[in-house]
Ligand binder design. Structure first.
Ligand code: ADP
Ligand code: ZN
Length: 738
């Protein structure tokens, strides 16, 4: 028996309960509506993308309702972390699975019977076992069962990507406890799987909540994969703060890439099915606990990864299909903070995958796989908004281009290549439609290969008429013609180019051919949010170390202690009193009690060392107005004195034993406060004028916008110094005119 809805009145508002238990100020889109229905004991199917905040939809009701909430999860490895996270918020949660010893199971069952547990995580096979069902029956007589939450509900469907036969038996639960509401949760994007979930779990007049699958915080880009791609990848890894996952197609490639990254000094671990279970679990654990930054993995890695602060996902090889790509790249940025998704794409990889598909025994399977690969190629080669294509694949229409992908930021230029197309197609015709692109290009470029000469193709009228274009350019054209349906390719073993009706239209000059020229994007778009001052960056670093230490002491992953967003807020607001600390989003009653003191002490120490006002909780360190008001400390004046003595920045660093970033932040503040600083000695006049020009050119001159405008050869410190000097002269000009 369950008594539910009335309990909602325990708290005057759901928002208060949210802050008290989880420390958050507001619900995310959809959470409140779902929670209200759950409190009314209605069945619900929640479809939210990864990171959307599904867990809260059953966790908060579990605390507000009478009785036990049972959570079914297929991911045994994850239960421990989930339960740790809840306990760290002071919530009575536990789990039962096959990793426990018999005594542990007994004592946990006793706690359940005594009503000391609000949330219980179990694996599906245990849930439907006769012994456990009996326990639940007993509990439902005494304490009540509030709800069943079925996580990763797509596992019931054979159409999903993670079918688990055990999930099929979950309807037993509905039959045994018809009155208890069921809450099914999934990140599955396809309609077919959603229908399966509704049926298989016997959901009764459920509320169907489907969130948008647009993850605003993720930046999407595709880069051409070429010889120097490894260097690009290395650069991206070096310039991005935080954890990342790199996916490769095979174990061999995983091992090679991981070894190379390790050689280049990046803390990296591999993950694939060739490792022992123990090694895999250990590598995963070290990644989640932030002992290493990078995981290079095959697709075997991911499903059980609940690490919310992955900052980038790189696909070094082409993914199998768009849905997998969406799910895999979506493992980044679950905490809602900015994250970066890069796909390295090459036609050679496509050929490899095509070969692998050809090895599949079943023809139907081959057909599906080819179609999926084609969609993936379309995505990679597309010149329109990437997010539009992704969401369109899931039936969601994005009204405007997203503005947060490579194609939106720098649309590739379109060129008219009609003449080149005519040359290419007529060469295909002259070679009697019996050769692949490689040979056609050889003929066009006048190659002297033996086979070509044997075939007497050097005597064709198209021989050597395409020397003005590179092999890569001809390849691009050939692909684009295929892609646009103006040429065909056989799929039985050797790919041979064939003309079609479209080709003849091109040859007869009836249609023109437009080609999007991919820009070799060399710039890495910054992932760190722009406005952070050096002080924020430094304090954030310190708070992260503190978090890591506390997490290690308790043997939990760092994100269990605090999410990245909470640390960032702390670094920005520098709270030093319990009141101020409690206002940080992510600090609930329990976290305040447990961590308030250590964190505020660390913040206070940092403020003392850097001559920052102690307790600046109510002022934001961002606004230039408040920055100017901040008083200068002795340490700044010492730096200024040395500057006046003629010392360079490196000299000052040496003399004062300070860090580079510290000295720069001193100068930044000295400039803002109107002290006499010889900027020419800090930033060369040429660079100053380039930076000034960029400041004038961008709409809102944040350091990141300016740097992106200038290119990465300019650094943040010099940009900040010039910005500070301008803010100062603007102020002077204003005072003089009065
Ligand atoms: P999902 O299961 O949908 O992938 P989670 O439930 O793990 O997502 O939530 C993702 C992250 O968002 C977690 O770090 C969680 O604590 C955080 N979160 C959830 N709801 C909120 C909220 N209302 N405000 C702030 N953060 C939230
Ligand atoms: Zn876009």
């Amino acid at each position: 028996m369950t008594i539910g809805a009335a309990a909602a009145n325990t708290f005057p508002s759901l928002e208060r309960a949210l802050k008290h238990h989880f420390g958050y100020d507001q619900f995310r889109l959809g959470q409140r509506q779902v929670i209200e229905e759950v409190l009314k004991n209605r069945d619900v199917l929640v479809v939210m993308p990864t990171g959307g905040g599904k867990s809260l939809c059953y966790q908060l009701p579990a605390l507000l309702k009478i009785g036990l909430t049972v959570v079914v999860s297929p991911l045994i490895a994850l239960m421990q972390d989930q339960v740790d996270s809840l306990r760290d918020n002071g919530i009575a949660a536990t789990f039962l699975n096959s990793t426990l010893k018999l005594e542990e199971v007994r004592s946990r069952e006793a706690a359940l019977r005594a009503g000391r547990i609000k949330l219980l995580y179990v694996a599906p096979e245990r849930l439907v076992s006769p012994g456990f069902l009996q326990l639940l029956r007993d509990l439902s007589q005494t304490l009540g069962i509030a709800a069943f939450a079925i996580d990763e509900a797509h596992c019931v469907s054979e159409w999903g990507h993670d079918f688990r036969p055990e999930y099929r038996q979950l309807s037993t639960v509905r039959r045994t406890f018809p009155q208890v509401p069921i809450l099914a949760l999934t990140a599955t994007a396809t309609e077919r799987v959603r229908q399966d979930i509704l049926q298989q779990l016997w959901l009764n007049d459920p509320l169907l909540h489907v969130s948008s699958f647009n993850r605003h915080n993720l930046f999407y880009e595709v880069r051409p994969k070429q010889r120097q791609s490894y260097l690009e990848l290395l650069k991206q890894v070096r310039e991005t703060d935080g954890a990342g996952i790199i996916y490769c197609l095979s174990r061999k490639r995983v091992d090679e890439l991981a070894a190379r990254l390790q050689q280049d000094g990046i803390a990296t671990l591999p993950y694939h099915a060739g490792l022992s279970d123990v090694d895999r679990a250990e590598n995963q654990r070290r990644f989640i606990r932030d002992d290493v930054r990078l995981m290079v993995a095959t697709l075997a890695f991911g499903m059980g990864i609940n690490k919310p602060d992955v900052r980038f996902v790189i696909h070094y090889d082409i993914p199998r299909n768009l849905e997998s790509y969406y799910q895999e790249s979506g493992r980044s940025g679950r905490d809602g903070e900015p994250a970066h998704c890069t796909l390295f794409y090459s036609y050679a990889d496509v050929a490899t995958v095509e070969y692998l598909i050809g090895q599949k025994p079943d023809e139907q399977e081959q057909r599906i796989a080819r179609q999926q690969l084609r969609q993936m190629i379309d995505y990679a080669e597309s010149t329109v908004c990437r997010r539009r294509i992704q969401l369109g694949y899931f039936g969601e229409i994005l009204p405007e281009p997203c503005g947060h992908c490579d194609n939106c930021l720098s649309p590739p230029p379109i060129e008219d290549w009609t003449i080149e197309a005519q040359k290419f197609l007529s060469c295909v015709a002259r070679c009697r439609e019996r050769f692949g692109a490689g040979h056609i290009i050889d003929v066009l470029r006048g190659a002297k290969k033996q086979r070509l000469l044997e075939l007497k193709h050097n005597e064709l009228s198209t021989y050597g008429i395409g020397k003005d274009r590179s092999v890569d350019e001809w390849r691009l054209l050939s692909r684009s013609l295929l892609h646009q349906g103006l040429l065909e390719e056989t799929t039985d073993g050797y790919p041979v180019l064939k003309l079609n009706a479209g080709s003849w239209q091109v040859l007869r000059k009836q249609i023109s051919v437009q080609i999007a020229i991919p820009e070799r994007l060399q710039q890495v778009v910054e992932v760190t949010p722009p406005e952070d001052s050096l002080e924020v960056v430094q304090l954030l670093e310190r708070l992260r170390s503190l978090r890591k230490r506390l997490a290690d002491e308790q043997a939990v992953p760092p994100y269990v202690v605090f999410a990245e967003s909470a640390l960032r807020q702390m670094a920005q607001q520098r709270p030093q009193t319990p009141d101020a600390f409690a206002r940080i989003s992510g600090v609930g009653s329990r976290k305040l009690e447990q961590y308030g003191q250590v964190f505020t002490e660390e913040i206070r120490r940092f403020c003392q060392e850097n001559d920052l006002p102690e307790d600046s909780a109510s002022t934001s360190s961002f606004a230039p107005a408040t920055r100017k008001r901040q008083s200068l400390g002795d340490t700044h004046l010492q730096t200024l004195a040395l500057h006046h003595e003629g010392l360079s920045v490196p000299d000052i660093i040496e003399r004062r034993q300070l860090r580079y970033s510290t000295v720069i932040s001193h100068f930044e503040r000295l400039l803002l406060n109107g002290h006499e600083v010889d900027l020419d000695r800090l930033v060369s006049p040429e660079r100053q004028s380039a930076i000034r020009a960029a400041i004038a050119a961008v709409d809102s001159p944040s350091a990141t916008a300016i740097r992106n405008h200038l290119g990465l050869i300019y650094d943040y410190p010099e940009i900040r110094l010039v910005l500070a000097s301008l803010t100062q002269s603007g102020k002077e000009a204003a005072t003089q005119s009065h």
